[in-house]
Design a protein around this ligand. Structure first.
Ligand SMILES: C[S@@+](CC[C@H](N)C(=O)[O-])C[C@H]1O[C@@H](n2cnc3c(N)ncnc32)[C@H](O)[C@@H]1O
Length: 525
């Protein structure tokens, strides 16, 4: 057994620092003493490394247990997306019912007086009002505004307010050369640069402004809250160095009104492993994930999932082989897989026979299916079920389009208007349970452990299981003993979901209430 010693008095100790797991202490007093003496400046379970493929990235410097917080940071800059529903420039919450509340000084949207005077809005407000720069609001329905000015403006204001924050921001990777000639950057150059330089008279230049915009596009995190009130973007120092992997080992969430980010390990991370996040969507196939990463983050992903044409045996980007399907209607029918999955122009070939499909055909097929899904009626699960039925001979059960539709259905049953979990028919409750199980099997491979996806699927699963069990018991289809066992199983699933999700403040109350309700349900009399 390895013996650790207190960093202060050198006595054998078993309690480690809960942030870095590297320093040990014999008592709380010694931990506080060491923290003040300097541990706070070098406490981190990771180091910054650099290589040719990833550029700068983070590597763990010790074994990090599943669920533990690896790093937390307040935003360097937080701001609306370039085009966004009307939101308050003070607190970033969506403005109620799209009402147009304007700041009494600068006329930009805010909630009210309280938000007009926030630290965040104060300085920009002064500049915008003095120079009469008005927001460009599209009064259609829903009302939207162009906020493209705000990200560079808030970043440039840091130059005066906090030199170190501005330097940290400018030290982030920008990828401007890849963005410079795009329609968006030409528009920024034409519309935003002159406002900042000529009207606001900020000491900067075109290159610096466009670099900041590009730094946002490369590094910004989508910041959302669970109530759907906030949908903005923010830059966080160090967190932005986390590299991408299509099977990531962390997740992140936001704490409090200042949107502090917490990054936690979703699976145990061994010392020396790269700490990763995903910049794309887990349920997408390799072609679409790689296209998205190339277009928005400027790199060709070569992670293990991308290199494996079967995507860890799930065949997310594959389809059934039409030749083999004629004779084999089972789930095991061979699939068409890419002949070189990290080359988007590679043909697809059957795993079993010589049937080949050209890359172009695969791209068109995927595009057509995605558009078909987008056109489905989002308030009618029947149209989603019809999609699955229509393509059951082409798309296998873990194909990307099937997974997207199954996930949509798992959310519709139990939540949609008219499909409340207590009101839907028994067969739909059963369907929701099946969908959750199927998606959990996929999650266990693509985003295992404490991922948010697993946590919320487990939550949905227990909700449906409880309704099903109560009904079966009331209809005398199952014994009291069987019902109790099933309810206990639901409690265990809820506890696992709570372990994953309750670190997120918004979820904590909901989960505690649910655990209480479920405990009452256990009494079947
Ligand atoms: C948010 S930054 C990450 C930090 C960056 N490596 C740096 O040095 O500042 C995103 C950029 O990192 C690089 N990157 C991240 N993950 C990668 C991966 N899996 N493969 C190749 N490049 C990656 C890409 O250049 C991408 O545009």
């Amino acid at each position: 057994m390895v013996v650790h010693f207190c960093s202060v008095c050198k006595k054998p100790s078993v309690q480690s620092c809960s942030l870095c797991y590297r320093a040990y202490y014999c008592s709380k007093e010694h931990q506080i003493q060491d923290w003040k003496k300097g541990h706070k400046n070098n406490c981190a379970p990771f180091k910054i490394a650099i290589n040719e493929v990833l550029g700068r990235h983070l590597i763990s410097t010790c074994d990090i247990p599943e669920g533990s917080v690896i790093l937390q940071r307040k935003p360097l800059v937080i701001c609306p997306k370039i085009v966004s529903l009307l939101l308050c420039l003070g607190c970033h919450k969506k403005l109620n019912n799209g009402d147009l509340n304007a700041c009494s000084k600068c006329n930009w949207p805010v909630c009210g007086m309280g938000c007009e005077n926030t630290e965040l809005h104060k300085d920009e407000c002064e500049l915008l009002s003095q120079n009469n720069i008005r927001p460009q609001i599209n009064l259609g329905s829903p009302k939207q505004s162009c906020y493209a000015l705000i990200a560079p403006l808030r970043s440039l204001l840091l130059k005066e307010k906090s030199k170190s924050k501005f330097e940290a921001l400018m030290n982030m990777q920008s990828n401007l050369e890849n963005h410079r000639d795009s329609a968006l950057y030409l528009a920024l150059k034409q519309n935003i640069v002159p406002i900042i330089i000529d009207k606001l008279k900020i000491d900067t230049n075109e290159e610096e402004i466009l670099t900041i915009c590009s730094i946002f596009d490369t590094n910004a995190f989508d910041v959302r809250d669970s109530k759907g009130l906030v949908n903005v973007r923010a830059l966080y120092s160090t967190v932005s160095l986390i590299s991408h992997d299509c099977k990531q080992n962390t997740r992140h969430y936001y704490i409090d009104d200042d949107f502090e980010i917490h990054v936690s390990a979703t699976i145990p991370i061994k010392k020396g492993e790269i700490i990763t996040t995903s910049y794309t969507q887990t349920l997408w196939g390799t072609i679409l994930r790689r296209k998205h990463l190339k277009q928005f983050k400027n790199f060709d992903c070569t992670c293990n999932r991308c290199k494996d044409p079967t995507e860890f045996g799930l065949y997310v980007g594959s389809i059934y082989c039409s030749s083999c399907r004629e004779n084999d209607k089972s789930n095991c029918c061979p699939k068409m897989i890419s002949t070189d999955s990290i080359n988007s122009n590679a043909n697809f070939k059957c795993e079993n026979c010589d049937h080949v499909i050209a890359a172009k055909q695969v791209h068109w097929g995927n595009e057509a299916l995605r558009n078909e899904i987008l056109s489905l009626n989002k308030s009618d699960p029947k149209s989603f079920e019809a999609f699955l039925e229509k393509y059951k001979d082409v798309l296998h059960s873990t194909n990307t389009h099937v997974l997207e539709v199954k996930y949509a259905l798992s959310q519709m049953y139990g939540n949609l208007n008219g499909y409340n979990i207590c009101d839907i028919a028994d067969d739909l409750v059963e369907r929701k349970i099946t969908l959750c199980h199927e998606l959990l099997e996929v999650a266990d491979i693509l985003c295992p452990g404490s991922s948010r996806f697993r946590g919320s699927l487990l939550y949905d699963l227990q909700a449906a299981m409880v309704v099903q069990t109560r009904r079966s018991y009331e209809q005398e289809k199952i014994t009291k003993q069987a019902a109790s066992e099933r309810l206990l199983e639901a409690v265990t699933i809820l506890q696992e979901s709570a372990k994953i999700l309750s670190v997120e403040p918004d979820m904590k109350d909901l989960l505690e209430k649910r655990l209480e309700t479920l405990s009452n349900y256990l009494d079947l009399d």
